[in-house]
Design a protein around this ligand. Structure first.
Ligand SMILES: [Zn+2]
Length: 407
């Protein structure tokens, strides 16, 4: 027995012989949450779409590249735009196999490799949803996105015409660098991808929800990105014993979650509860999209015999408070949940993709200058109707109605 196992274990090693496997993509190390968040101290191996050998030193590919300036650089502001012309530090170099996962936290090139991997990962996810290449809104004036992983004395992350720049929230601590924060990079990428697919305003946006919708989408894209990490999806499901419906409805994610993306969507805000400030105004729609993910996830669980709760019977849970149901499901233990973990994980990944796809594909039907949350929700529901979200459209509609996005 031992001999057979040894032979099997050795075979892949022997077969590889150090050769690169170009068709599989390129490996990087990414922190799904900043490394100071409990449970996320170790980065995860992520495969990016470009084949090994296609991502060059920088990192740099045909869509984006990283430069790390030597001199303190001012954040870009019109008319000063990429490409950066000053001197730059040594780039992150691929290993002999074409991969970048030999660059580990603490190495000088890690911030460059990490910020590139976060940005590229989000582009890969969004292109997967839309089913084709996404052309940058700044093409052909600027051909590729420039990523600057380190801007001194800049307590922010910003993106714009051809650039994505990352500062530090506390300049003395590398761990506080926005380049280590997938959430921040993904949020900025959400803006860039939306501008590219939806288009730019011709007017000033007054009377529209263009800017608030941008914030909602950028936040939700960050959540979609987070839910592509095994570490995140495993932790979220195990912490809640797989019951996202009850946790979401009772706003229990806020206390149960280490992930900012989950915490920020766990609220019961409706349109009437928020001000006109864009970040505030974005919250009901973003949370409504999260409700949609939870709704489809719980439906898949019920249909597959993995849960007793049929969310279609409890669409008014927030008001009804079916307390015996809640008590029963909250009393479920880790031991009850564990045998269902992998099947639950598959359901959550499917729900994530069904909503992600409907959202990203809905942008083709929207006009920036006439955009309101209502038109955006209707485009989302119409797109859902034409794709694999079709069986859930009534439920998705209820989620948007509850948030007072549509009547
Ligand atoms: Zn934003």
């Amino acid at each position: 027995m031992g001999e057979i196992l040894d032979t099997i274990a050795l075979r892949p090693e022997a077969g590889l012989g150090g050769r690169a496997e170009p068709s599989l993509g390129t490996r990087f190390l990414v922190f799904p949450q900043p490394p100071y968040v409990s449970g996320y101290e170790k980065p995860e191996v992520v495969w990016l779409t470009p084949a090994a050998g296609r991502i060059l030193a920088g990192p740099s590919d045909d869509r984006m590249y990283v430069i790390d300036p030597v001199e303190p650089k001012q954040p870009y502001a019109f008319p000063v735009l990429p490409p950066y012309s000053g001197s730059v530090r040594a780039p992150a170099e691929p290993g002999p196999d074409g991969h970048f996962d030999h660059i580990v936290p603490g190495m000088p090139a890690f911030l460059s490799a990490h910020s590139y991997a976060c940005a590229r990962r989000v582009l890969d996810v969004c292109e997967g949803y839309v089913g084709r290449r996404i052309r940058w809104f700044f093409e052909p004036t600027i051909a590729r996105l420039e990523i600057v992983p380190r801007i001194l004395d800049f307590d922010n992350a910003q993106s714009g015409f051809g650039f994505l720049e990352l500062g530090e929230s506390e300049p003395t601590r590398t761990a506080s660098s926005f380049a280590l924060n997938f959430d921040s990079v993904a949020h900025e990428m959400g803006h860039l991808v939306l501008l590219s697919e939806l288009g730019l305003l011709l007017g000033d946006g007054r009377g529209t929800d263009f800017f608030a919708y941008h914030e909602a989408v950028a936040d939700f894209v960050s959540l979609l990105g987070l839910l592509h990490f095994d570490t995140a999806i495993d932790r979220i499901l195990r912490r809640t014993n797989g019951n996202l419906l009850i946790n979401n409805e009772l706003d229990r994610f806020a206390e149960l979650s280490d992930e900012r993306q989950i915490r920020s969507f766990s609220n019961s805000l409706r349109q009437r509860d928020v001000s006109d400030e864009v970040h505030d105004r974005s919250k009901p729609f973003a949370a409504g999209l999260f409700d949609c993910v939870v709704e489809i996830y719980q439906t898949l669980l019920f249909d597959r015999g993995l849960s007793e709760i049929d969310p279609r019977l409890y669409s008014n849970l927030r008001r009804q408070m079916a307390s015996d149901l809640i008590e029963t499901s909250l009393s479920e233990t880790r031991a009850d949940y564990e045998p269902r973990h992998f099947a639950s994980k598959a359901a959550l990944q499917e729900a994530r993709d069904i909503v992600g796809e409907s959202l990203v594909r809905s942008w083709a039907y929207l006009e920036p200058d006439g955009l309101t949350f209502e038109t955006a929700a209707n485009a989302f529901l119409d797109t859902a109707q034409t794709g694999r979200a079709r069986p859930y459209v009534t439920q998705l509609e209820d989620c948007m109605k509850w948030r007072e996005i549509i009547l």
